[in-house]
Design a binder for this molecule. Structure first.
Ligand SMILES: [Zn+2]
Ligand SMILES: [Zn+2]
Length: 398
């Protein structure tokens, strides 16, 4: 693995910043302290800072030479609403808030790169360091774009990475095309007429209609969409009734839909609505159907993905760069990729051997109360970002 020597030498100071952020996690659009810390570090290193895109977003601007070319590197900065189980010194100071997805580490890796890029400037053009709030459900990427990210800071491409527990540190996973799914929610309310449970003929029971609906939705997956298109419908909550001898007057159904393409999503939404309305009609209940699209699918662009694969292979060895197995999880980097070419990939967080005294049970996946980012990745990820930015700006324009 070819690490950049000054980044390796500087890693302990960046690790201290990472642990500071970890100890002070902040949720979607409330990342004031985190944004202050990032802006202060960038300013200390002589990097001009723009704040306020997506409320708490921070953009660092590292320019060199005369070229108009530019590339973006993105780190997400928010934490999750959950309580940390770890007992080490840098564990969360705030009950109910935790950096359980490693966005503290993503921030640290990009800060390591920022410092080096500013102090060495081995490129001609501009590197935009995009510190994005509210990845965990808030759509911070969408908000930064709405506030003019790409108009104020036009870039040829944008790159992002997520740490991945269970994959060795020093290994990467890359893939062109869809890598994360679209994430969507549905909310259905069925209204009938309450009655004594012993006299069902005097009421209109919404429960049998709800049962039919839940079953029928799965036929969209097996009978309507093309078998080779991935799609998931999960009904995750059903609420009705309070007593064994009362027929409830309403029933609420909620759940999630995941797809890799917008075409499949359009089909599933249309069919779910038709099935819900038709079953409701058949059972003589009223039906209110609401479908909410959250994150679109994350679809990597081919040329930019090939670029990342080549650079990571040259840095780490081609045997360390695996094919990214797509998952039906979601990631709001997708909004950037709808507007600008780029690639989102995975960097291994190790097998858990970085876990020392004070850790809760593990090894564990992201969003686990015992998770912690592996600080070994700071010089690795910092070197990776510098290499990608320099290589992008120094290569001949296609
Ligand atoms: Zn997460
Ligand atoms: Zn995450």
């Amino acid at each position: 693995m070819q690490l950049i020597a000054p980044i390796l030498a500087d890693a302990p100071s960046i690790k201290a910043l990472r642990r500071d952020i970890h100890a002070h996690p902040e949720l979607c659009f409330q990342e004031e302290r985190t944004a202050d810390l990032i802006a202060r570090a960038l300013s200390d290193w002589g990097i001009p800072v723009h704040r306020g895109l997506g409320k708490t977003g921070v953009v660092g601007i590292v320019k060199n030479g005369t070229s108009k070319r530019a590339v973006g590197l993105r780190a997400d900065i928010d934490a999750l609403p959950m309580t940390e189980h770890n007992q080490f010194a840098h564990a969360s100071n705030y009950p109910g808030k935790m950096h359980a997805c490693g966005h503290d580490g993503h921030t640290a890796m990009l800060l390591a790169a920022a410092k080096h890029l500013s102090q060495h400037r081995n490129f001609d053009g501009t590197v935009y360091l995009v510190f994005q709030p509210a990845e965990e459900g808030g759509g911070g990427a969408r908000e930064m774009i709405k506030d003019g990210l790409f108009e104020q800071f036009p870039m040829e491409a944008i790159f992002g990475a997520h740490n991945w527990p269970g994959m060795a540190a020093g290994e990467f996973a890359v893939k062109s095309g869809p890598v994360f799914a679209s994430s969507n929610e549905f909310f259905i309310t069925l209204r009938g007429k309450g009655a004594h449970a012993a006299m069902p003929h005097l009421g209109i029971d919404p429960v049998p209609a709800a049962c039919q609906m839940v079953q029928a939705f799965q036929t969209i997956i097996t009978r309507n969409k093309r078998p080779i298109d991935a799609g998931v419908i999960s009904v995750t909550t059903i609420h009705a009734g309070e007593a064994t001898n009362v027929i409830p007057d309403s029933c609420h159904i909620e759940g999630t839909v995941r797809t890799f393409t917008l075409e499949t999503l359009d089909l599933i939404e249309r069919r779910m609505q038709a099935i819900a309305q038709s079953i409701a009609e058949a059972f003589e209940v009223d039906c209110e159907f609401r479908f909410k699209r959250n994150y679109p699918p994350t679809i990597n662009h081919e040329a930019e993905t090939e670029f990342v694969r080549q650079q990571l292979s040259a840095m780490a060895g081609s045997d360390k760069v695996q094919e990214f197995e797509p998952t039906m999880g979601a990631e709001d980097f997708s909004f950037f990729l709808q507007k600008t070419p780029g690639c989102y990939f995975l960097i291994g967080n190790g097998d858990g051997s970085h876990r020392e005294g004070g850790h809760g049970l593990g090894p564990c996946m992201l969003h686990n109360p015992s998770y912690d980012f592996n600080d070994e990745l700071i010089p690795l990820g910092g070197s990776m970002w510098v290499r990608l930015a320099e290589a992008w700006l120094n290569r001949p324009q296609p």
